[in-house]
Write a protein that binds this ligand. Structure first.
Ligand code: AKG
Ligand code: FE2
Length: 330
């Protein structure tokens, strides 16, 4: 069900989603707090709901991250992955054989290269401008291939206490091949009215809610508004940012199912709010500091334990698939 256009449901929003956002960008530039490039980036992000940076991350760092991912089988059991081979939505522990089929969760916990990429100083700076405080990386999914996500807004599946205080990055670890299930999105779709599920929230409940209806209504709304549908044929090192409600999907794949599309999605919320799962999992509400650049949290790892080297995922989180706890796969 759609809320009335203009009804903000009394939710907090990022300043970039407020009517005076462009004015503020001008003010920040006049005051010398942002550069001309940052002004232009913020203006684009505000107007379109997304932003692309080409060649933004050093190739050596991307290569390190890609190599760590390709070698993850050398640390069997340290990673949590999807289980698409068995066609089930629960997760499984990573195995000891190379496997390029599954996606991996929250690599920033056990891979320094993942932390360095997703909280890269350039990214952290931009997110800090958008958030007015430090970013907290909250859900990360490393795609070795496209997962074929249908049309959605991340507010439906990546849930924080203040649903609209959310930004994501999509980082290419290799050049994207057309037909591999590239990321696609509707330009300016972040300003659609709020879509509400049966319980009146922006969180989908895969049992109570009709997912097919959600997909078709969202897609129809974007088409009705003549929003441009764009595919992101990223090159290695490109970074794509999107704001909470930008409508996006994996473009239908035409190449074989296992075609590589090595890319990393990270969601972030400002340090002023918390993930929805904190309510239900007090054992997973530790915020690990990452200095000036921000912090990270995980629904899948016991971050509170002193970490020397890699840690094991929390066993209970493998099987969980309850949207009420905000632990669905984005
Ligand atoms: O990478 C894709 O194709 C879509 C990913 C996505 O929607 C997400 O992780 O939120
Ligand atoms: Fe998404």
């Amino acid at each position: 069900m759609w809320a009335e256009p203009g009804n903000g449901l009394n939710m907090k929003t990022l300043w970039t989603d407020t009517p005076y956002a462009m004015q503020r960008v001008g003010g920040l530039f006049e005051a010398g707090e942002i550069t001309a490039a940052e002004r232009d980036d913020l203006a684009h992000f505000i107007e379109h709901g997304w932003l692309v940076w080409h060649d933004a991350i050093e190739p050596s760092l991307i290569d390190q991250f890609a190599a760590d991912v390709r070698n993850h089988h050398q640390h069997a059991g340290k990673f949590l992955t999807t289980n698409h081979r068995d066609k089930v939505s629960s997760r499984k522990l990573s195995g000891s054989k190379p496997d390029r089929f599954e996606s991996l969760f929250d690599l920033y916990v056990n891979l320094e290269s993942a932390r360095e990429v997703c909280l890269h100083p350039r990214i952290a700076r931009f997110l800090t401008l958008v958030f007015d405080t430090k970013p907290v990386a909250c859900q990360q999914l490393l795609f070795q291939r496209s997962n074929g996500h249908r049309v959605h807004q991340d507010t439906s599946v990546v849930t924080v206490e203040d649903p609209m205080l959310l930004v994501a990055t999509w980082i290419a670890l290799e050049d994207v091949v057309e037909g591999s299930g590239e990321l696609a999105f509707y330009d300016r779709s972040h300003r659609l009215p709020h879509y509400l599920f049966k319980d009146g929230t922006k969180r989908i409940d895969f049992i109570a809610d009709d997912q097919d209806l959600y997909v078709s209504e969202l897609d129809a709304a974007c088409r009705r508004e003549s929003m441009a549908y764009e595919r992101f044929l990223a090159k290695k090192g490109d970074v794509f940012f999107w704001t909470a409600d930008l409508v996006h999907r994996s473009h239908p794949r035409t190449l074989p199912d296992d075609t590589s599309r090595l890319s990393c999605v990270t969601h972030y919320h400002p340090a002023t709010t918390t993930p929805f799962w904190f309510r239900y999992h007090p054992d997973r509400n530790h915020v690990t500091d990452f200095g000036e650049r921000g912090a990270y949290v995980s629904a899948h790892y016991p971050l509170a334990t002193q970490q020397t080297g890699m840690i094991d995922p929390i066993r209970r989180s493998w099987a969980e698939h309850t949207p009420r706890h905000g632990l669905t796969v984005p």
